[in-house]
Structure formats: C-alpha cells, structure tokens
Design a protein around this ligand. Structure first.
Ligand code: 5AD
Ligand code: FES
Length: 360
C-alpha cells in the first residue's frame, strides 16, 4: 500500500508528513493534486473569486533584496496612480460583478500617503454603495494606521511573511530596523486583533530555503490562524542584490512544481482558507495560475492597473500581462478559469470560510 494515500487520509499531519508531501513528484504528486482539488471543491464548491488588483504606487521606502521596486533600484520610474484612475478601476469591478478590489502599493508610512489611502477607501466604498469589498496590501504600518484604514472600509489585509524562518528572513532583507522579522509578525497579530481577515504568504524557491522551512511556513499559517494565503515562486529580478545568487536556484520548472505542491498541501492541511493563485505562477509557466486553481487555490487577481504604469511595477523579471489592458486581463482570466472547470463567484466578497468558522 502506497504511503501517500495513507498520509492524505490522516486527521492530523505532522511536520514529517508535510515534508514528505512537499517532496512528491510524478504519479504520487498527481495523487496529492487530485486529493487537494477534491478538498477545494468540498470546501468552496466550484467557485473561484476574483479580486481586481490595482498596483497603486511603486514608491517604496524598503529595500528587500529580491524585489524589483526596492528603494535602491534607480532604474524604476516611480509613479502614483491618479485618483480618477483608481475610481475607473472600481467602476470596472462593479460593472464586471467581481465584488472585490485589492489595493497594493510599495510601502510608505508618511502621513500624506496613509491619509490618502483612507480617502481612497472611503471614495471606493461610497462610489460602490459598499458593494466592493476592499483588501489592502500596503506593507507594515502602525496599529493606529491599520485601525484608521479598517474604519475607512478595508476589511482584509495582505502582508506576506516571505519566510517564517527568521534566519532566512534575515538573508532576504537588509540588516536594519525597517526589515525586522519580529515586527512583521507583530503587524500580522495587530491586523487580526483589529478585526481584519488576515492574509500572509511566502516566496517559494528562494536561495537557501529547504523543504523543512516550507513545512514550517505551513505550520506558521496554522499557528497564526491566518485566513488567506498567497504564495508564489521566487522569480529573480536582474536589478536586485539577490540576483547574484541565481546559480543556487532550483530550475524554473522545479520551483513551479514545488509551489503547486505547497498550494496542494496547504489546501489539505488548512482546509477552509482562501488561497490565491499568484501572478508569479504565470511568470514560470504559461498556465501557471489555472494550474494553481486546479490544485487548490480559489482566488485570482486580474490586474486592473492602467497599462502605462505596469512596466514600472515589475517585482520580478518576466512578469506576465505587462502590456495588456484591464479588459484583456479580465477576459483572459475568465477563459483560463473556464479551461479548468471552475465557476466564477460573481457579486460576492468571497471571504474565507476560515474567518467565520473560528468565530462560531
Ligand atoms: N519573486 C517573486 N515574488 C516576489 N515578490 C517580491 N519580489 C519577488 C520576486 N522577485 C512578492 C513578495 C511580496 C509580494 C508583493 O511580491 O512576496 O510580498
Ligand atoms: Fe518594497 Fe520590499 S522592497 S516592501
């Protein structure tokens, strides 16, 4: 009797089980994928939710060693999307019936920025008569700012931990107070305490990362009681310091399939969370995002950033859809989802069941 089936059926997966499942390849990997898909369908039906993604600004005060829009990258032309363009994206979401928007931005903590985000939140809420659910992804902020944004209308927040291993986290970031692992964990805890549905995630395949680290990431999501998870493969950017370690990387294909394993194992390990099919999946594989849905993801984010800004929001090389319009991205993802037999959940916020399950 093969070990995979036995492990998949277990009530509680141990760290050892997680490492074993993450290592699967070939036929056994397919069993993992099929099982994860079954769990997703039991948990979320065939529904996949859209979040219209607006990459609001690439101004960033941080210098993460892997990120193409890090402060020190002077080759990037910095931008802030005009208010009217934000509202156009919101109207597009409303008319398409997507139900939700993600406002993502490089990290800034100055008052001018944080107050303007509050203003945009109120404007989107009032324009849509509260119909659009808003997820923010604007980095580490004080508890007061998180509260202000919650009151202004954001109800979900994404802040990836990048790696739950503090040593690896250190290797991916400059050594200063602005890039502190413990501060990041504190932010996740503050967000939860304020009442947000909290999302986090990691990059998969960064230099120096082991399967044991990835299993610990899954345990971290459980320990921190996370509602939403976005995980994508690390994809190098040629204008970043981490690019120097590109020879240590797994191949693109290996990173891609390891990410699929992470998504599938997560779906089995924490059944009721929302899992996003990250755009970076498509940088490494032409069907990257729909394959992520096939093995357990249930959220997908069509890019609604005006085309003229997109080339300056390249966190990694080969980012897909850089020259597309919002309408093209919307149509393209609808077709991609249809190709894997899923149904789009229109006019709903599509919140994670996990958030409600723990309250009852
Ligand atoms: N490769 C893959 N993902 C990246 N991100 C940033 N840089 C890269 C990269 N080079 C991810 C980080 C961040 C999110 C917004 O994008 O995980 O949290
Ligand atoms: Fe901007 Fe990491 S470089 S938050």
């Amino acid at each position: 009797m093969c070990g995979v089936e036995n492990i998949l059926k277990k009530e509680q997966l141990t760290k050892e089980d997680l490492v074993f499942l993450l290592s699967l390849k070939g036929e056994e990997q397919q069993k993992l994928f099929d099982y994860a898909r079954k769990i997703r369908e039991e948990q979320t039906g065939k529904y996949v939710y859209f979040r219209g993604l607006l990459e609001y600004s690439n101004l960033c005060s941080k210098d993460c060693l892997y990120c193409g829009i890090r402060k020190s990258n002077t080759a990037v032309i910095r931008y802030i999307v005009e208010d009217e363009e934000v509202m156009t994206a919101a109207r597009l979401i409303l008319s398409a019936g997507y139900g939700s928007m993600v406002l993502q931005s490089g990290e800034r903590s100055d008052r001018k920025f944080t107050e303007h985000i509050s203003y945009l939140l109120r404007s989107i809420k009032s324009l849509s008569d509260n119909k659009i659910g808003i997820t923010l992804s604007c980095g580490e902020q004080s508890e007061e700012v998180y509260k202000e944004w919650f009151v202004a209308g954001a109800h979900r927040y994404l802040l990836r931990i990048e790696s739950s291993n503090p040593t690896l986290y250190k290797q991916l970031h400059p050594q200063n107070q602005l890039h502190d692992y413990h501060q990041r964990v504190k932010c996740l805890q503050n967000l939860k305490q304020i009442g947000y549905q909290v999302g986090t995630g990691v990059m998969i395949g960064v230099p120096g990362q082991t399967l044991s680290d990835l299993a610990d990431d899954l345990l971290f999501f459980k320990e921190q009681d996370i509602d939403m998870i976005g995980m994508g493969p690390y994809s190098e950017h040629h204008q970043t310091p981490l690019y120097a370690r590109k020879d240590e990387l797994l191949s693109q294909n290996e990173r891609f399939y390891l990410t699929l394993n992470m998504i599938a194992v997560l779906r089995i390990f924490i059944k009721d969370v929302n899992i996003a099919a990250a755009t970076a999946m498509q940088a490494l594989h032409p069907q990257g995002r729909e394959l992520a849905v096939k093995v357990g993801a249930n959220v997908i984010m069509p890019n609604l950033t005006p085309t003229k800004y997109r080339e300056n929001y390249q966190l990694y090389d080969n980012k897909p859809c850089v020259s597309d319009t919002s309408e093209q991205c919307m149509g393209c993802l609808q077709r991609r989802l249809a190709s894997v037999g899923t149904v789009i959940g229109y006019n709903e916020w599509g919140d994670a069941q996990h958030f409600f399950n723990k309250k009852t």
